[in-house]
Design a protein around this ligand. Structure first.
Ligand SMILES: Cc1ncc(COP(=O)(O)O)c(C=O)c1O
Length: 328
C-alpha cells in the first residue's frame, strides 16, 4: 500500500483476542496505537484539521493551537508538518517526557503550563493559556477538541464502523472517556446500527466528567477536571471509575501475561472489563478499545520505582493468580 502522507495510515482492523480474560466469553482488544502517531487521536486530529480547511479557517502556512495531554499533540504535530501548518501545543506536567520530545521533533512549538486549576487538574489552566494566545494573535485557530463535533464524527465514521465491520456481533463495548470524542462517536454509531450493545464508559477516579469528585491524577489520557462540552450522560448504559493504581496493575499484568505493552488508559478500560466479568453472560462478545500502546510509559507505569513512589507498593502486586487458574 502506498500513501501520500503518513497520517493516512489508519489501522482500524486490528483486534487481539484475549484468551482467558473473561471466563466463557470472547474478549477482543482493539489496538489503536499501531498508526504512525501511536494513538487513537490521529483520527480526530485529521478530522478537526480537515473541518477547519473546509470552512476556510486554515489555509497553507496558517497557525493553530491545541491543548493536549500528549497523544493529540503528537497526532496534530504530524499532520501539521505534512500540510505546512504552524502548530503550538499547550501541555501540562502530566505529559510524558517522550510525547513531549516527539511533538518537538515533529516541529511543533510547546507551551507548558504549571499551575493546577480550582478543580485540582490542569485543564482550566491550559485553556486559559490558549485564550491568552488567541487574544494576541487574531489569525490563530483553536481546534478545541472538547467541543469540536469533528472529534466524535471521526469515531462514528471510523472507530465504531470498523468494530462492527470486523467483528459483526458485539454484546459489550468498553470505551474510555477523556474529551469523550471516542465515547460519543461510538455511542451514536452503535445506537443506530447495534442498539443491543451494552456500552460501558470508563473514566479515572478524580475526573469530574461522570459527576464524581475532582482529585489529583497522574496519568494522561482519561479524565477531565471540567465536564467536556461534547459529553452527554445518556450516551453509555453504564459508567465506571477506575483508580489509577488499578489501571497500572492491569497494564503490568497485560505485559506479563499477554506480551501486550499497553498505555495507561487501556489499563483502566481493561480493569472495567475485569470488574464486570462476573456479570457478563457466558458466550458474550466483548470489545475493549485500547487508545495507545505502552512504549511511552516505560519510565512511568512500567517502572517499578516510579509506580511504587507514586501509588505505594500495591502498584507492584500481581493482579491475578497464574495463567492456568484464570484460563477459561
Ligand atoms: C491515551 C489516550 N487514551 C484515551 C483518551 C480518551 O479519548 P477521548 O478524548 O476520545 O475521550 C485519550 C485522549 O486524549 C488518550 O490520549
Amino acid at each position: 500500500m502506498i500513501v501520500h502522507d503518513p497520517h493516512e495510515i489508519v489501522t482500524d482492523d486490528m483486534f487481539v483476542e484475549l484468551h482467558g480474560f473473561v471466563e466463557g466469553s470472547d474478549v477482543f482488544v482493539k489496538l489503536e496505537g499501531l498508526n504512525p502517531a501511536g494513538s487513537i487521536k490521529l483520527k480526530p486530529a485529521v478530522a478537526m484539521i480537515e473541518r477547519c480547511e473546509r470552512r476556510g479557517e486554515l489555509v497553507p502556512g496558517g497557525r493553530f493551537v491545541e491543548s493536549s495531554s500528549g497523544s493529540l499533540g503528537v497526532a496534530l504535530a504530524m499532520v501539521a508538518a505534512a500540510r505546512g501548518y504552524h502548530f503550538t501545543c499547550v501541555v501540562d506536567p502530566n505529559v510524558s517526557r517522550q510525547s513531549l520530545d516527539v511533538i518537538r521533533s515533529l516541529g511543533a512549538a510547546i507551551v507548558r503550563v504549571q499551575g493546577r486549576d480550582a478543580n485540582g487538574g490542569f485543564l482550566a489552566t491550559r485553556i486559559a493559556a490558549v485564550h491568552d494566545m488567541l487574544d494576541s494573535d487574531p489569525k490563530l485557530v483553536w481546534l478545541n477538541q472538547y467541543a469540536n463535533p469533528a472529534n466524535p464524527d471521526a469515531h462514528a465514521d471510523s472507530t465504531a464502523t470498523a468494530i462492527l465491520r470486523e467483528l459483526g456481533r458485539v454484546d459489550h463495548l468498553f470505551v474510555g472517556a477523556g474529551t469523550t470524542g471516542t465515547l460519543m462517536g461510538c455511542a451514536r454509531h452503535f445506537r443506530a446500527f447495534s442498539p443491543w450493545t451494552h456500552l460501558v464508559a470508563v473514566d479515572s477516579v478524580g475526573s469530574v466528567t461522570f459527576g464524581g469528585q475532582s482529585g489529583p491524577r497522574h496519568l494522561p489520557g482519561l479524565g477531565a477536571s471540567r465536564r467536556p462540552e461534547l459529553y452527554s450522560p445518556d450516551a453509555a448504559a453504564e459508567h465506571v471509575l477506575v483508580d489509577e493504581v488499578e489501571a497500572v496493575r492491569v497494564c503490568r499484568h497485560m505485559a506479563g501475561r499477554y506480551g501486550l505493552l499497553l498505555g495507561a488508559s487501556s489499563g483502566s478500560i481493561l480493569a472495567a472489563v475485569l470488574r464486570a466479568a462476573g456479570r457478563i453472560p457466558a458466550g458474550s462478545r466483548v470489545v475493549a478499545l485500547s487508545p495507545d500502546l505502552g512504549d511511552r510509559y516505560v519510565q512511568t507505569i512500567y517502572n517499578d520505582q516510579w509506580a511504587a513512589e507514586t501509588y505505594g507498593p500495591d502498584a507492584l502486586l500481581p493482579l491475578l493468580p497464574a495463567r492456568r487458574n484464570v484460563a477459561a
